[in-house]
Design a protein around this ligand. Sequence first.
Ligand SMILES: [Zn+2]
Length: 63
Amino acid sequence: MEEKVCKNCKIIISHGTICPICGSDDLTSRWGGYVIVLNIEKSEIAKKLDLKLNGVFALNVKE
Ligand SMILES: [Zn+2]
């Protein structure tokens, strides 16, 4: 199964073709690496990547 990533939010989407955060259908299957954010307020990487929600996010998203 091929997971897709929203180009806007970088969240990894395992079901469906629409981003659950922003509603965009601008997804890509060309991504690599991921980070799991469990505690958005304490996560340094979430700050670095400018993430707003807990979830699983791709680190490298290609256009
Ligand atoms: Zn999105």
